[in-house]
Design a protein around this ligand. Structure first.
Ligand code: GCU
Length: 716
């Protein structure tokens, strides 16, 4: 029992805690749980445009969702009750397919042909004051109303200015969850898995519906539920029933479910002697398994496979090629409409430059994959670094469907502690010109069929979603999920526009906020590059956890290609990885004029300089500085930019609710401290080789190298 005094003290404590919570979280506080469905209050709506009713004469679970979404959003936006009509009338929004007579009359047939199964048309008929949202399917109509609502909340003039025709760049727009079956998330920085496997199939996390709504609002139409380092158990009957429950929930939103599979499943689950893809018993096992999946989930999307990579099993274990492995699964999935996404993330501790290995393994297989196989290729040749040149496989496999994989979760960009908007990273990659077929052979155009034509298309993003209240750990990390979805829909969109869109829907439409924070977001990734790995440096992060700087990391017996030294090669002669023709010759994998450009340090863009070259510390940069001085300036610039972002955020206080304001402020303090940590660690360590002074005009390190090395973030 508590003594009287202790209990008094406890009451006082409870009072203080409550009081401080109230003062911290005021009534207009937002916790981030509403994602980009937060701000409906301040949308600028054209004064003459006041739709007040909805006319939908088709029915399906998806049309029901459309009705609910429109009702919910429009009543918030127009602050009135929205009527549901049985026929079209002045001032209504009419949503449907050509089965709706009014829509069939009002929209030219040709439009319906153009938009395919997933596109839509938004047409405002001013004489009748009716807005039509037309599509060939209910799912596409759902995309249409989300686009319409987005425009209402961000740029309403567009709705009345012109007929809008949209269709997606990629057929399959897929999130990859690296969620483990025990509820943890590999490289997840936002809490545990939202699937809550342990509750399924009986109970479904209500968040899954919100997740589906958010994805549908962007046009994301697929989700791989489990980690690429796949636990074979996911294919056990009990687990498949859990998967079915999720698939049923996601279906009305147009989202198909996929699974990562372990290539050794026939041995591990089926007790077979091997998992050789050419073994008839193995094929029979997979066929039976696939049959059982489709019995439960008729629209199951297919498999994602990480094979012969980082210890995962694969066809090479039996002397078979990636193509033989992928095709075996693809042939089995084909009659059901399923696909195989086969990852090209392969490398071994051989003598060969890691940046070349996927190319060496996969390029010779071009043309051997069956037509429902996609090769899923990470944006860069190493591993989701803050900056990498594009993976040279893009453009080099003309006869293979290649799908880009980007990482939304920020494994190498400060987890969910640092503000880094990935729009510029994604678009820099998608707009990279491979020159494979002359100018403008961009990765966007290669992978969306604009160039090589008529293949299955897809794009994947490794999700940053978890059970945290704000879904992604950092409020601004929601923007990375958002920008992935928007680019998967249209890979030509401006990422600055996307940032503005997101800010308006998530915070406020006030230009003072939107313009300032759009600028911060646009510069944030470059700041991370500068304070972590400027000028083409890469993989200087701590061992295995990939957080914080450890350029000195050395673990006896560790794989050399998992150690920073492999990548930076700093010594008294200089720094960088020589991938030019005098080194590993990775430049050779790129088409001209890139090959020559990357090969010559004088022509190589600064951002890739130390990716392709090992250069002396006194190497003269094009701006007249020597390499060491430039490196010091870049690291300092990264820190100064973070300081500036934090100061700008402080000026945003009047626009943002206290809770999100405070939570972002705290993260920004952390980011600034850690940017300084990065700068000091890298400069002090590299200085031991360069022997040169940090320029006096720059801030001096606040740490000592010894202190940082002993800081002990390395768990090994
Ligand atoms: C990185 C990451 C791993 C992940 C792997 C992959 O190496 O650190 O956690 O499994 O990528 O993409 O397969």
């Amino acid at each position: 029992m508590l003594s009287r005094q202790t209990s008094k003290r406890s009451y006082l404590l409870i009072f203080l805690v409550c009081f401080s919570m109230f003062s911290l979280y005021s009534s207009n506080d937002e916790d981030g749980s509403k994602l980009w469905f937060t701000n409906y209050q301040k949308a600028i709506i054209n004064d003459n445009y006041h739709p007040g009713s909805i006319y939908i004469n088709e029915s399906s679970p998806t049309f029901q969702l459309i009705l609910e979404e429109l009702n919910y959003s429009m009543s918030l936006l127009f602050k009135q009750n929205i009527k549901t009509l049985n026929n079209h009338a002045k001032g209504c929004i009419c949503v449907g397919t050509s089965n709706n007579g009014y829509i069939a009359e009002s929209i030219e047939k040709d439009f319906f042909r153009k938009i395919g199964n997933e596109g839509f048309i938004i047409k405002y008929i001013s004489e009748e004051d009716i807005t039509i949202i037309a599509a060939n399917t209910d799912i596409a109509a759902l995309y249409g109303i989300h686009h319409y609502l987005r425009l209402l909340r961000t740029d309403p003039e567009q709705i009345i200015a012109q007929t809008i025709i949209e269709k997606p760049a990629y057929q399959n727009r897929i999130l990859n969850h690296w969620d483990n079956l025990d509820g943890t998330v590999e490289r997840g920085y936002a809490g545990r898995s939202i699937w809550k496997w342990e509750d399924l199939p009986e109970r479904l996390n209500p968040r899954i519906r919100e997740y589906a709504r958010a994805n549908a609002s962007l046009g994301i139409n697929g989700t791989v539920l489990n980690n690429v380092n796949a636990d074979p158990d996911v294919l056990k009957p009990d687990f498949l029933r859990k998967v079915k429950r999720i698939a049923d929930e996601l279906r009305p939103y147009g989202i198909r479910v996929y699974l990562s599979v372990n290539f050794s499943s026939p041995e591990i689950l089926g007790g077979l002697q091997n998992s050789d893809p050419l073994n008839p018993n193995v094929k029979a096992w997979w066929l039976k398994k696939v049959n059982s999946i489709y019995e439960l989930i008729p629209d199951f999307g297919g498999f994602l496979v990480k094979a012969n990579s980082e210890g995962q099993p694969g066809p090479q274990d039996f002397g078979r090629s990636h193509a033989e492995g992928a095709n075996m699964l693809a042939d089995i999935l084909k009659p059901f409409g399923g696909i195989v996404m086969w990852r090209a993330f392969v490398y071994n501790p051989s003598g060969e430059d890691r940046a070349k290995q996927a190319f060496i393994e996969f390029k010779p297989l071009d043309g051997e994959f069956h037509d429902n196989v996609l090769i899923q290729v990470k944006n860069g040749p190493i591993d989701f670094q803050p900056r990498e040149p594009f993976n040279p496989l893009f453009g080099a496999m003309e006869n293979t469907a290649l799908m880009p994989e980007v990482q939304i979760t920020k494994e190498y960009l400060g987890f969910s502690d640092h503000l880094a908007y990935l729009g510029p990273l994604f678009s820099e990659f998608l707009q990279s010109d491979t020159y494979m077929k002359g100018n403008n052979t961009t990765i966007a155009r290669i992978t969306d069929n604009s160039i090589y034509g008529d293949k299955i298309t897809a794009i994947a993003g490794v999700a940053n979603i978890g059970s945290d209240t704000n879904w992604c750990g950092h409020h601004f990390d929601q923007a990375n999920w958002y920008v992935f979805g928007r680019l998967a829909w249209n890979n030509q969109l401006s990422v600055k526009e996307i940032a503005r869109e997101w800010l308006k829907q998530t915070f406020t439409t006030q230009p003072g906020f939107v313009e300032t924070m759009a600028k911060v977001m646009m510069e944030s990734r470059e700041a991370v590059v500068n304070y972590m790995t400027p000028l083409g440096l890469h993989h200087l992060m701590g061992w295995s956890h990939h957080y914080g700087p450890e350029p000195w990391c050395d673990i006896p017996g560790a794989r050399p290609d998992w150690l920073p030294r492999y990548y930076h090669n700093a010594d008294s002669n200089g720094i960088g990885f020589n991938r030019s023709s005098s080194g590993s010759n990775a430049v050779e994998l790129y088409a001209e004029p890139l090959r020559s450009m990357f090969n010559d340090p004088q022509l190589c863009p600064d951002k890739y300089l130390l990716w392709f070259h090992h250069l002396p510390w006194d190497y003269q940069m094009s701006n007249g500085r020597d390499l060491w001085t430039e490196l010091c300036h870049r690291y300092s610039e990264g820190v100064e930019n973070v300081r500036l972002f934090r100061d700008l955020w402080h000026k945003m206080e009047k626009f943002v609710d206290p809770r999100r304001y405070n939570e972002v402020s705290q993260k920004m303090d952390t980011q600034l401290n850690e940017a300084i940590w990065w700068r000091d660690a890298c400069l002090l360590y590299f200085q031991t080789f360069s022997g040169m002074e940090i320029p006096p005009e720059l801030d001096k390190p606040v740490h000592t190298l010894e202190g940082l090395v002993n800081k002990g973030i390395n768990p090994v």
